[in-house]
Design a protein. Structure first.
Ligand SMILES: Nc1ncnc2c1ncn2[C@@H]1O[C@H](COP(=O)(O)OP(=O)(O)OP(=O)(O)O)[C@@H](O)[C@H]1O
Length: 215
């Protein structure tokens, strides 16, 4: 379970980006984080991933307060970042494979999981292409594949459908809901009201405040 307790976030000496956020995401739940551009969706997901220390409050996973990113990785908090975070000089398959090896999966199992996950994203034909040679949408799906392959206890997906056509957008949404059915707590930042409506809970950010609209 992911629990955000009365958290306030900002950068350096800058203004508060979002204040007094409290929300709980249980295993099996998908929470949409919505709000206009600049409202703080990525900032909130960064804090949930242990990347940005809160100015006040805390993030806890299964009752353990996150200290930093390493601690979050140990607690199986997976972040699929808005900018993909892929290594451009590796192939799609290598990007997934390397992440699995780094998380301690044995090489043969990592190879099988890589092929299976790329296939779920419709990327089997692109497996051996360099990321640099993939389209924006293919890169976005590769980042989703890498995130899903890691089987997180918490999966944080930051605008991961922004470059996808309708069919692939639905595919990614279905896969994120499948992650929840597997037992993950899923958080999905999105601009898209239709995508948010497909999630059972929605946290809306605006003018520095967070309001739970559903859930
Ligand atoms: N590294 C940073 N240093 C300083 N300020 C930042 C940093 N990253 C984001 N911000 C500021 O924090 C605020 C929230 O940005 P954030 O990226 O979280 O919004 P967002 O809701 O994810 O926007 P978008 O939908 O456009 O991705 C913005 O005012 C932005 O300028």
């Amino acid at each position: 379970m992911l629990a955000v307790q009365d958290m306030t976030l900002g950068y350096g000496d800058g203004p508060t980006v979002v204040g007094a956020v409290s929300v709980v995401v249980r295993p099996g739940q998908v929470l949409a984080v919505t709000g206009p551009s600049g409202a703080g969706k990525s900032t909130l997901l960064s804090a949930m991933a242990g990347l940005l220390p809160p100015r006040a409050g805390a993030v806890a996973v299964d009752g353990q307060r996150l200290r930093d990113r390493d601690h979050a990785v140990e607690r199986k908090v997976v972040l699929i970042p808005q900018d993909n975070g892929l290594a451009p000089i590796l192939t799609a398959a290598e990007n997934v494979h390397v992440a699995l090896l780094a998380s301690g999966v044995a090489p043969a199992q990592a190879r099988r999981l890589t092929a299976a996950t790329l296939d779920r994203l419709g990327l089997a034909p692109q497996a051996d292409q360099l990321v640099d040679e993939l389209s924006g949408g293919q890169q976005q799906r590769t980042a989703v594949a890498r995130g899903l392959a890691l089987s997180g206890a918490v999966v944080l997906a930051d605008e991961v459908t922004s470059e996808l056509d309708a069919g692939n957008r639905q595919r990614v949404l279905d896969l994120l809901h499948e992650e929840a059915r597997r037992g993950a707590a899923v958080v999905f930042a999105t601009h898209d009201p239709e995508v948010a409506a497909a999630c059972e809970a929605e946290l809306h950010l605006s003018d520095g405040a967070a309001v739970l609209r559903r859930g």
